[in-house]
Design a protein around this ligand. Structure first.
Ligand SMILES: [Zn+2]
Length: 393
């Protein structure tokens, strides 16, 4: 079958041997596959990430000297069931799947390991237990966005943000846009988005950001300030004035304070999603964010990054990192897209054939042009073109 093979930073279309579904596995004809920022990054820097994952016990993440077929954001058509399958979905139906698979008893990341070829190909094999039928005749251009949108949904779930909290999204690449869409779907009223690119800011608005800023001209922390505590003296002053008020009450102050604690009332603070993943950005967020902010690390920063923990401590920054999604979050994301509750459409900017993947990687390096490009293995497009759903006549 035809596939795009990456080796030593080179992307080439090649004929590779077809793969057979193992026990409990399903062979899919790939209908669409998204090009992910992780793929673009892995093409040049996979060895760094492979070293990190190997320290966590996964030794089969791709290495630059291996031949790897990328593609972990896909939608396909059921072609053939392997032995021991339940076969609940009819052959020919459209499905999506979590990109994880067992090969020879070992779990692997589909599309990011030489041992689990991905969907930059005519066919891909998935686990039947991780496969979901596409509901509501959702078009493949949108069902293929389930995976990246699920990353955003997971980040928002893990942030425990409330509808009345202010959300700030730093960086509006595909991940930032997925986070904005998920915040909107969760009912968060105030969403501030920040990006240097005008095109990305436009997409952020379309995804549901209420306030969109160019950080050169305006700080997102100022734009989203809703009575947050912005400096240490203000925090100390708040503490003293609160105690003065409590001491005036006819009941012992500690009972009131305990009741407030039980209700979970805390100083107002925004929830900030760091979706850039470049060295120095996290430290910049910690330094500029209001006190008591919750900061969610979503963008993957490769190599070493430096944060001043004394800064984070003195501002009592609540720092959380997120990765992937649960099967339930993946399922819910698919259904929210199908039900129109989660709008994935603004992300989609281009469609390309296997022969155009290298050109699409180049195009994705320029944020003014593209956010998410999907591969259609049946297409002969050698350059990314707007998908039919986005074309204006
Ligand atoms: Zn991805």
């Amino acid at each position: 079958m035809k596939a795009v093979v990456c080796r030593g930073e080179q992307l080439d279309v090649a004929d590779i041997p077809g793969i057979q579904p193992g026990h409990g596995q399903v062979l899919l004809n790939v209908v669409r596959c998204g090009i992910c920022g992780s793929d673009i990054h892995a093409r040049h820097h996979c060895d760094e990430l492979a070293d990190v994952l190997s320290e966590i016990g996964y030794g089969d993440f791709m290495r630059s000297d291996q031949r790897v077929v990328f593609g972990h954001e896909f939608c396909g058509e059921v072609a053939e069931y392997g032995p021991g399958c339940r076969k609940r979905t009819a052959t020919g139906s459209h499905v999506v799947a979590l990109p994880l698979i067992r090969r020879d008893g070992e779990p692997h990341a589909i599309g990011l390991s030489a041992k689990a070829p991905g969907a930059y190909a005519e066919q891909v094999v998935v686990e039947e237990s991780l496969m979901l039928p596409v509901p509501n005749a959702l078009p493949p251009d949108l069902s293929a966005l389930t995976e990246p949108m699920a990353i955003g949904w997971h980040a928002v779930q893990r942030s425990e943000i409330g509808k009345r909290d202010v959300a700030m999204v730093i960086g509006c690449g595909p991940i930032g846009l997925a986070v904005i869409g998920a915040l909107k779907a969760r009912g968060v009223r105030t969403i501030v988005a920040s990006d240097f690119s005008a095109a990305r800011r436009e997409l952020a608005s379309r995804c549901g950001a209420e306030i969109v800023v160019d950080p050169v001209h305006q700080s997102p922390y100022e734009a989203g300030d809703r009575g947050h505590v912005n400096a240490l003296p203000a925090a100390i002053d708040l503490l003293i004035s609160t105690m003065e008020k409590l001491q005036r009450l006819p009941v012992p102050w500690q009972h009131v304070w305990r009741a407030v604690d039980t209700l979970g009332i805390k100083p107002k603070h925004p929830v900030i999603f760091e979706c850039v993943g470049m060295p120095g950005v996290l430290d910049g967020v910690i330094a500029s964010a209001p006190l008591f902010s919750r900061v969610i690390g979503v963008g993957v920063c490769m190599g070493e990054d430096r944060i001043r923990s004394s800064m984070a401590i003195n501002k009592e920054i609540d720092l959380r990192f997120v990765v992937g999604y649960t099967p339930l979050e993946f399922r819910d994301t698919l259904h929210m897209i199908a039900d129109g509750k989660l709008d994935a459409r603004p992300l989609l900017t281009g469609l390309v054939g296997l022969d155009g993947v290298a050109a699409a990687f180049d195009a994705l390096a320029k944020p003014e042009q593209h956010a998410k490009i999907l591969i259609d293995p049946q297409s002969h497009a050698a350059q990314p073109a707007p998908p039919p759903s986005q074309r204006t006549t």
